[in-house]
Write a protein that binds this ligand. Structure first.
Ligand code: ADP
Ligand code: MG
Length: 236
């Protein structure tokens, strides 16, 4: 099952000010590995590099320095049919919503299900995923008709469609009420206990402290803390 390993992995961006020709590290020389079945909270203030790290792991962006390995294969080598396999490895919920506004929830999920190769089984997979996130009744809604919490849960459902071994979740719980966050954490814990790797960028310190899982902290793009059974703010 997939192991993730970052070796001296860095990502650079141009400065936002166009007159500034320098490049800046979004993440810098990350070295860590994550085994199948781990539950990881990725924390750090805004701009620390959490989203960049998740995109590097999921192969959405490529490192400028260093390497990302999934199962000992440099993911830069995954292309063609291998790329599809990589896509099936990861269920991704990005920080910004990626729901198609002009499609209903069911249509959104069917598009995603077909893209991950489910074809004829796509409707059943979509219904099952909506049931898992506790939203069996929103199939016919358009994204704009959903609350923020419902929309995020639909995105979680979409990431679960092909039962991926690894979930990459970027601020899934931001702006949600406590009951909804708790429901989501409960579901993720359940999936994790059945073997799914969860890597979750979050500011929900209260839940991080209750769960006592691995806590990886980024500060200015660097790995600042990596603690087993950690709490929010642990840096050892
Ligand atoms: P976080 O998710 O922890 O808030 P990000 O990974 O989004 O942090 O960003 C880390 C740094 O990289 C920030 O300084 C951000 O401005 C910069 N950055 C991220 N993505 C881009 C981009 N596409 N273009 C330019 N700069 C970026
Ligand atoms: Mg982010």
């Amino acid at each position: 099952m997939p192991e993730i390993r970052l070796e001296n992995t860095s990502k650079l961006y141009k400065a936002e000010d166009k007159r500034d020709k320098r490049k800046y590290y979004a993440v810098r020389e990350l070295n860590l590995s994550i085994n199948q079945g781990e539950f990881v909270f990725l924390i750090g203030s805004s701009g620390a590099g959490k989203s960049t790290m998740l995109k590097l792991i999921g192969g959405e962006i490529s490192p400028d320095e260093g390497t990302v390995f999934v199962d000992n294969v440099n993911i830069a080598r995954y292309f063609g049919p291998w790329k599809a396999r990589l896509n099936r490895t990861f269920g991704i919920v990005s920080q910004e919503s990626r729901l198609i506004r002009k499609r209903t929830v069911m249509e959104n999920l069917m598009v995603a299900a077909r893209a991950s190769g489910l074809q004829r089984k796509s409707r059943a997979a979509a219904e099952k995923a909506l049931g898992l996130v506790g939203l069996p009744d929103v199939e016919a809604c358009y994204p704009a008709q959903l609350s923020i919490g419902e929309a995020r849960r639909v995105e979680l459902a979409r990431s679960l469609l092909s039962s991926p071994p690894i979930l990459l979740l970027d601020e899934l719980t931001a702006n949600l009420d406590d009951d909804t966050i708790w429901d989501i954490i409960h579901l993720l814990n359940e999936l994790n206990s059945r073997g799914t790797t969860i890597i979750m960028a979050t500011h929900a310190s209260q839940y991080v402290n209750i769960m006592r899982r691995r806590v990886i902290t980024l500060v200015d793009g660097r790995l600042f803390g990596d603690v087993k059974n950690g709490k929010y703010g642990d840096i050892v």
